[in-house]
Design a protein around this ligand. Structure first.
Ligand SMILES: [Zn+2]
Length: 290
């Protein structure tokens, strides 16, 4: 175990789910995020038992924790019965895939609704229903904070807290914090002081112990722009100081912190993140690998 977040990246599963671990290893990743099916579709083709077994074996060999990201089509806060039904089915399928693959964490966007209070109630109910369909699931579902584009929920910490409450604040539900979305939503993290203030506000509203994953992305847009456009670490409007705070934050010990930058950029972005680790963190990692 490390006293700092595990630095990793979203990796392609082209050619087979298990190949993500080879890509992670080539990039020097300590954690990975994958889609277990088409990210822009509702239902995936069923997972073949031999593919699941191959993935689990690769995960054991790599000793790299995996996070799954749910389909972008899922809208747990939808009022429309058709979309709601499809979202529940798709999410139940995502959970079943994670259980089959022994992937412990599943990130999902909370959804969108013009009325945040009503949306939070609907999303919370939907999460409960998804879990009711898989009572023995070992997958923790993480709702991701939003940049605040359109009617997307989860821009404010209060909205995230309201969804958790509506779901009954169960242990199987947590939060994934995306640095780009935080910043685009208007939560400043550019200096150690701003970072401390933003995380204290999150802690007061939601609780830092709910954070089980990070998405580490810089932002093309400025503070509060409400536009979700990822940039390479240090090349955007957030800057390296914020990432230095996150990668050295012992409150997120062993929490997967994965990049969602462009395909092919993972290795260089991971190099930049690792360079921000303070010596004590690097030393700890060396001891751990020895
Ligand atoms: Zn993200």
């Amino acid at each position: 175990m490390t006293g700092r977040p595990l630095l990793g990246a979203h990796e392609s599963v082209a050619g087979g789910l298990h190949l993500a671990f080879e890509r992670a290893s080539a990039d020097g990743a300590e954690a990975i995020q994958i889609f277990t099916k088409n990210a822009r579709g509702w239902a995936g083709k069923p997972l073949a038992p031999e593919d699941a077994a191959r993935f689990r074996a690769a995960a054991r060999a790599a000793r790299v924790p995996a996070v799954s990201h749910a389909s972008y089509l899922v809208n747990l806060a939808s009022e429309d019965p058709g979309i709601r039904g499809k979202s529940l089915d798709a999410m139940a399928d995502e959970v079943a895939r994670c259980d089959a693959l022994s992937v412990p964490l599943l990130v999902v966007h909370p959804g969108s609704h013009p009325d945040p209070a009503r949306g939070a109630a609907l999303a919370g109910q939907a999460l409960r229903e998804v879990r009711r369909r898989a009572p023995r699931s070992r997958t923790r579902i993480l709702i991701e904070n939003a940049a605040g584009q359109g009617h997307s929920l989860g821009r404010t910490f209060e909205e995230l807290a309201a969804i958790l409450r509506a779901a009954g604040s169960p242990a199987w539900l947590g939060v994934c914090l995306d640095s780009c979305h935080l910043f685009a939503a208007g939560h400043d993290i550019r200096t150690p002081r701003a970072y401390a203030r933003t995380l204290a506000a999150f802690d007061a509203a939601v609780g830092l112990s709910r954070v089980r994953a990070w998405h580490l992305n810089d932002s093309k847009g400025p503070l509060g722009c409400r536009v979700d456009r990822h940039e390479n670490v240090g090349d955007g409007q957030i800057g390296l100081a914020a990432f230095a705070c996150i990668v050295n934050d012992a409150r997120f010990a062993s929490v997967p912190a994965v990049l969602e930058t462009e395909e092919g950029s993972q290795k260089e972005n991971l190099r930049r993140l690792r360079a921000l680790r303070r010596p004590e963190a690097r030393e700890e990692r060396r001891r751990e690998l020895a």
